[in-house]
Design a protein around this ligand. Structure first.
Ligand code: ATP
Length: 480
């Protein structure tokens, strides 16, 4: 099969809305820019992404423990981290049409580069407003991305607090408590999954850049001097992980930061990039941040962040390697990667499947299907269970019993409405990898058919072997 035509984000967003993956937040009131809700299927998909990360990064490792911090923390946390002083994007306005831009993105779109000056930033010669074409733009000024709020009944300077713009700082602030209670020794990591908030100047590309999103962050604490080796290790681990959730090798690349692009405290940084329909963009950043964060918290809190190594009798502030990923961006990458329109020989008889050509009808003898090819591991629903006919009580009862059995293991769906072919199509469109059909033969010999979403091949097997077979297929993942 040849490569898929480039997916339009409108097509994907329309499927996501129609089938209950993603809705605009507060849609009945016109929506709110930069905020999204996940529907019944979307929240299962996202949950599977989180669970895959947690299983692989925490549960399956002896050297990583979990943490769940509050979203609002003491404002000193954000002073120490540098967010109050420096967590800002450059913003520029068009004097003509008043549209507001993130200045670096505005330049990039025109093949230009924002100029760093002593005081801040300047737009290069020739930068235009992409909305009206005017060259009359304001000088870029720093816009802090943190959402402010007040704690308690009095709204004054002393009660100002912030919604966290990242989950990482909670981990640094609790480093000493976790160290004291978890019996971990350096090197070890602390992982956290949770919401983060950034008042992005220009939310765009569907859920890619939102104002409320979820992060999965690991802070892996290492002995000074071993930063590079651990950074290399985590880059490789993380690349493997993306393949394990079904993103093909060809779609995932690394962006290695040159020295001049690194933050002053960082010794290395690699972004994991995915080829979205709107360009190659970051899913995760993996940075070697030295002892910057712990040292700053030690300085601002006057509490020691030192570690005593019982083997070497040395005392030091650990360095940290930080793989920091976004749940929403990964979910969006999985949705983009899964989407495919195909033409299949009519009647589910098997035979060669063709990739649909955009805007064209299926040829004679073929029917069109949209299929979401999620890796079974992260598919929102794993198994759909069908009685061949809905008006035969014995078939329905047998299917309901099987459904009850399978639901103990995975998220399953029971469907008896309409012709069996149409029921298959509905599941294809939401990415359910396995379909189990109960027919008259089942009543006599306790066998069922198991249908594969991608090949559409059906095999007949005893109910007693179904759990093992589905488990094996989930473990096997997707072919490259
Ligand atoms: P960008 O350069 O795209 O703004 P960033 O480099 O500032 O991202 P980090 O601060 O490294 O992002 O955050 C780690 C991860 O959190 C990102 O790789 C991304 O997956 C996710 N993330 C950050 N900002 C957003 C956002 N506005 N919407 C959705 N996910 C985000």
């Amino acid at each position: 099969m040849s490569a898929s035509p480039v997916l339009s984000m409108e097509t994907l967003a329309s499927l996501c809305k129609r089938r209950g993956f993603i809705f605009q937040s507060s849609e009945i009131y016109g929506g709110l820019n930069g905020f999204w809700d996940y529907g019944p299927l979307g929240c299962e998909l996202k949950r599977n992404v989180r669970e895959a990360w947690w299983r692989d990064m925490v549960l399956h490792r002896e050297d990583v423990v979990g943490l769940d911090c509050s979203i609002i923390m003491h404002p000193r946390v954000w002073e120490a981290s540098g967010h109050i002083g420096g967590f800002a994007d450059p913003m520029a306005d068009c004097r003509q049409c008043k549209k507001r831009f993130r200045a670096d993105q505005l330049c990039e779109e025109q093949g230009l580069k924002l100029i760093k000056t002593e005081k801040g930033f300047a737009l290069p010669e020739g930068t235009q407003c992409t909305a009206c074409g005017s060259k009359e733009l304001t000088e870029p000024r720093a816009f802090n991305l943190m959402f402010k709020t007040f704690v308690g009944p009095v709204e004054d300077e002393s009660s100002v607090a912030y919604l966290r713009p990242e989950t990482a700082q909670g981990i640094f602030a609790q480093f000493a408590n976790v160290l004291a209670t978890s019996r971990q020794k350096v090197p070890f990591g602390i992982a956290q999954i949770g919401k983060a908030f950034r008042n992005e100047i220009n939310p765009r590309n569907y859920t890619f850049r939102s104002r409320e999103f979820e992060q999965m962050e690991l802070e892996f604490f290492v002995k000074p001097g071993t930063d590079q080796q651990w950074h290399d290790y985590w880059v490789e681990e993380r690349m493997k992980w993306y393949h394990s959730i079904g993103l093909p090798k060809a779609s995932i690349t690394k962006y290695v930061y040159p020295k001049e692009e690194l933050a002053h405290y960082a010794s290395a940084c690699v972004d994991v990039m995915y080829a979205f329909p709107f360009g190659v963009q970051e899913l995760e950043g993996i940075a070697a941040r030295g002892d910057f964060d712990l040292s700053r918290h030690q300085q601002f809190s006057n509490k020691s962040m030192e570690y005593f190594d019982p083997d070497t009798q040395e005392k030091f502030i650990p360095h940290v390697v930080e793989p920091s990923a976004g749940v929403d961006r990964i979910t969006l990458a999985l949705l983009c990667n899964a989407y495919r329109e195909e033409w299949l020989p009519q009647g589910d008889k098997g035979g060669a499947v063709l990739l649909a050509e955009p805007g064209k009808q299926a040829p004679e003898g073929y029917e069109a299907r949209t299929v979401m090819r999620f890796a079974p591991r992260i598919a929102p629903i794993k198994v759909a269970v069908f009685p061949l006919l809905k008006n035969k009580p014995e078939l329905v009862q047998k299917t309901r019993d099987l459904f009850t059995l399978l639901r103990r293991h995975w998220n399953c769906f029971y469907d008896q409405a309409g012709a069996i072919g149409r029921r298959y199509r509905r599941q294809d469109e939401i990415g359910t990898p396995f379909g189990v059909t109960v027919d008259f033969q089942t009543l006599t010999d306790d066998t069922v058919t198991l249908r594969d979403r991608d090949t559409m091949q059906q095999v007949r097997l005893p109910i007693g072997k179904l759990l093992d077979e589905i488990n094996t297929r989930i473990e096997a993942g997707m072919p490259e």
